[in-house]
Design a protein around this ligand. Sequence first.
Ligand code: TXA
Ligand code: MG
Length: 345
Amino acid sequence: KTSCISVRNSVDNSEIYSQAVDLLNEGEVVAFPTETVYGLGAVATDDEAVKKIFAAKGRPSDNPLIVHIGSIEEVSYYIEEVPETAKLCMEKFWPGPLTIVMKAKKGILAPSVTAGLSTVGLRMPDHPVALNLLKELKKPVAAPSANKSGKPSPTKANHVEEDLQGRIPLILDGGTTGIGLESTVLDVTVTPPAILRPGGVTREMLENVIGEVLQPSLSELNQKETPKAPGMKYTHYAPNAPVFLIQQDRETVKKAIRQLQLDGEIVALIAPSKFEDLKANFFFSLGSNLIMEEIGAKLYDDLRACDKTNATIILATATSTDGVGAAIMNRLEKAAGQKWFQIHE
Ligand code: TXA
Ligand code: MG
């Protein structure tokens, strides 16, 4: 029931785009690639359509959606007053992996998009397929990541198929997404602005443009009575087997694997390639050079690959939290439910 159609840049895809546009205009949902992860989109002013997103994903209805737009000019349709910091960020980082949370105009976007909040997150994605779809549709598109709620976000069309086969009519296949981690979510309704979710646009990059930016840790965000980014309170990105973080230290990892295997566990290890010889039952390499951008691009595919093994436990080595490392550790912490593996002596 779900068609998955490849859209390549080199050929004329106008018929495929009109099929997607027609479906969206009819109140259906369509999955499409962005530069971060695949999104599951619906027209953001159509409440019935937006509700289908929540149903297809199994997403709790109190978790608001990001609204994707095709140009900076459109921002004023949806936002009461655009703060100066937001304007600077749009000029510098759009199109790109930055979602900006601002105060929404009342009564324009579908109520389900904002899940009852007075704010909305907007972003202009930097992907030819997403931009072309927005340009042809001429409407805002509400889109969370196109995974089943609780699964890692999809970085390939077949990840979307795995999760949503039979639940949505159309997937536009634009190949593997470049960044592989969801956009940075920046709240500019507070002073100084705060990063609610770290991503490809790093704190350092933002601070160069707008000055001080706060980056609360996961546990700080969770301590708030009403979580600032509602998505933070849910277990996310979790493979089937439990995930534990572990120090990126050869002896520690070696000991952990031996102990677990003696206890009868089947161990999957996600770590730099130099750890491949440590005799984990399954090994997923984060690459040899530890370039954060490369790790980010592969991480969700690795977590999904773990699900296809019979591993009973997954160990993931911690990375530095510099630059994009902050986003990687944030996702690993969420996947692990912030659990660290303890070696018993
Ligand atoms: O890269 C991305 O952002 C991808 C692609 C498809 O654009 N989308 C994505 O959406 O990751 P989603 O729904 O999986 O994550 C949106 C996050 C959630 O953590 C949500 O709680 C937060 O943004 N969020 C959305 N609107 C918000 C708002 N008004 N205030 C605070 N947090 C908000
Ligand atoms: Mg998501």
